[in-house]
Design a protein. Structure first.
Lengths: 501, 93
């Protein structure tokens, strides 16, 4: 069977608290000879001596294993991952294996394996570390399927569903709008540029797997949260905007949400991001705070601390991109040196105007700072259902965007298909991150200021529309408070850097 | 834990002694990370509640926590930041 999806990939999921397995006790003959079809006839040659079974049983009992059942051949057990690792000297590895579960349907199935030096290739099989312990092999339980159609809830599809609403797709619609296609056609893909995104989570959707993106294992901020999951779908979906322009980046996601998807660890997430080694080249953040506007008070002391961290990251040479806000007035996009990602909408005709979903204002706290710096592609009020993005099936966004609201119908997808129409300046920040990555791949020593200058000097001017009504600024000829310098242009940004720096 | 995690920023006074404060915070179940402005604290809300003797879940955000008396010469403030929002949805009024 050939398939566009990879046959296997390492899962970000944590191992279960208890792993079911089987410990085979060595007999006159080994069960695990590696030769297929050699076990014929009686089981007697494979049965261990009673004394050996007793010794193994004692060892397992002292080593964290619970014995569930026994036979002359071995023991059914349950134990945490660490117990199997101690017994084998190997490491537990969780992977997702593309498996035919019913005729005509494949899905990724979680498999647990023991890997390491001296461990066999066969999935789910391990060998003991000790040469004296009478253990023939360690078998980890693999999923088994009932022969009924209970497993027809598939993984999300690689390709998005259709929708009656005009929308952009990833990667093509975004690459077209941002003028990344000419660079992609030359083989310029942002290869190897280290991009970090702090968000609600990063699920390995089949869309990303089919594109063979370089996704590092997600880091988590909040103890007890699953690195393989994204309860909201926000981080998962919006990260696709990076790859639309720069499919070759080395992507590190940092999950800063709790089990409900609240961004309770965003400060920690940013500090972790800027402290990674090797240092990231771009940090993209599609979240922010909100203050009264015009502000009646100064910055919170805790936000002054965040400002310092952001400034420090920029001083270290990291390009830091924050969403401008969707009517929000937050401190993050105002920090001097941050590339504040605003919103422009591209219609089906290709015409551009300011998105009324996106914030735009002059900073009252940081003299000379105007938000946004430059724009990405963002939809319009009320819902900005503009870009079809991959999300975990049944996550918050999959459900909410599919539902009608009083002021606008749903996105035309189903609540559990793993695709949803959304955008916001959440989409603009990673779009700019992808464009930054294209520049940094060509010229790795660009400073954050140079990246911003290139984007600003070459942006496509947007001369109509207004930003979010909270601010009410109108797009005009030249830079303005609705769209900043305009819509980022990847091709011209790169040409500018090659000519100028 | 994944449902009640909190972060807070601790700012030092000049001439502060960091170690006794860090040790006290860690003894109360809080993680402590040095940042440019001072310390970033994090942990479950009940650890914050026990350490600072207040119902943190009832506090509006941002929220300043009471600095324990032994540390008032070293710590200028401890504040739980305002909430951060993903920027896919519009500001709600």
């Amino acid at each position: 069977m050939t398939h566009v999806l990879p046959r296997e990939y390492e899962s970000d999921d944590l191992p279960p608290d208890q792993i079911q397995g089987y410990i085979s006790v060595i007999g006159p003959e080994t069960v695990f000879s590696g030769k297929a079809g050699v076990i014929r006839g009686s089981s007697k040659p494979y049965q261990g001596k009673k004394a050996d079974r007793d010794e193994v049983e004692r060892h397992l009992g002292k080593s964290g294993f619970t014995i569930l059942a026994e036979s002359p051949l071995g023991f059914s057990v349950s134990a945490p991952a660490g117990a199997y690792e101690d017994l084998s000297g190997g490491k537990i590895r969780i992977s997702e294996v593309l498996t035919r579960v019913v005729p005509g349907a494949h899905r990724y199935v979680t498999r647990i394996d023991i890997v390491g030096e001296n461990q066999p290739e066969a999935l789910g099989l391990g060998l003991p570390r000790s040469k004296t312990l009478k253990v023939d092999g360690i078998v980890l339980e693999k999923p088994r399927y009932p022969h009924v159609h209970q497993l027809l809830v598939a993984d999300p599809s690689v390709f998005p569903p259709s929708s009656p609403k005009f929308h952009l797709t990833v990667p093509d619609g975004i690459a077209t709008g941002l003028h990344s296609n000419p660079l992609l056609q030359q083989g310029l893909r942002g290869d190897g540029v280290r991009v970090v995104m702090v968000d609600t989570g990063f699920y390995k959707h089949p869309f990303f797997l089919a594109q063979h993106h370089h996704l590092k294992r997600t880091l988590t901020v909040v103890p007890g949260t699953n690195p393989g999951w994204d309860p909201v779908g926000h981080g998962t979906g919006e990260s696709a905007n990076i790859f639309a322009s720069a499919p070759g980046v080395e992507f590190q996601g940092i999950r800063a949400s709790d089990n409900s998807g609240n961004l309770v660890g965003s400060f920690n997430g940013f500090v972790i991001a800027k402290s990674l080694q090797p240092k990231p080249q771009v940090i993209s953040c599609s979240w922010g705070s909100d203050y009264p506007y015009p502000p009646t008070v100064g910055l919170d002391p805790s936000d002054e601390a965040l400002v310092l961290e952001i400034k420090h990251a920029i001083e270290q040479g990291i390009v830091v991109i924050f969403s401008a806000g969707n009517g929000h007035f937050g401190v993050e996009p105002q920090v001097p040196g941050v590339i504040a990602a605003g919103g422009t909408i591209m219609a089906a005709t290709g015409s551009l105007r300011a998105s009324n979903y996106a914030s735009g204002y002059e900073s009252p706290w940081f003299g000379g700072v105007k938000v946004p710096t430059v724009c990405g592609l963002v939809g319009l009020l009320p819902r900005a259902q503009y870009i079809m993005l991959p999300v975990p099936s049944g996550c918050d966004l999959d459900v909410s965007e599919s539902q009608d609201e009083p002021d606008e119908v749903g996105d035309g997808t189903t609540p559990k298909d793993g695709w949803a129409l959304f955008s916001g300046t959440s989409a603009a920040a990673p779009q700019l991150a992808g464009v930054a990555a294209l520049m940094l791949a060509a010229k790795p020593n660009l400073t954050p200021a140079q990246v911003a200058e290139a984007m600003v000097k070459t942006a496509t001017d947007v001369t109509s529309g207004t930003c979010h009504p909270r601010f009410g600024n109108t797009a005009t000829i030249g830079p303005d408070l609705a769209t900043g310098a305009g819509l980022v242009n990847a091709e011209d940004s790169l040409k500018y850097t090659q000519k100028t720096f | 834990m994944g449902h009640d995690f909190l972060e807070a920023v601790l700012k030092w006074k000049s001439g502060h002694k960091a170690e006794p404060v860090r040790a006290w915070l860690e003894q109360h179940g809080l993680s402590v990370v040095p940042i440019q402005a001072g310390l970033l604290l994090s942990g479950p809300s009940d650890s914050f509640a026990r350490a600072f003797h207040c119902d943190v879940s009832a506090l509006p955000r941002p929220a300043q926590l009471p600095v324990p008396p032994p540390f008032r010469d070293h710590v200028s403030l401890i504040e739980i930041p305002r909430i951060r929002f993903p920027m896919s949805r519009p500001k709600s009024y």
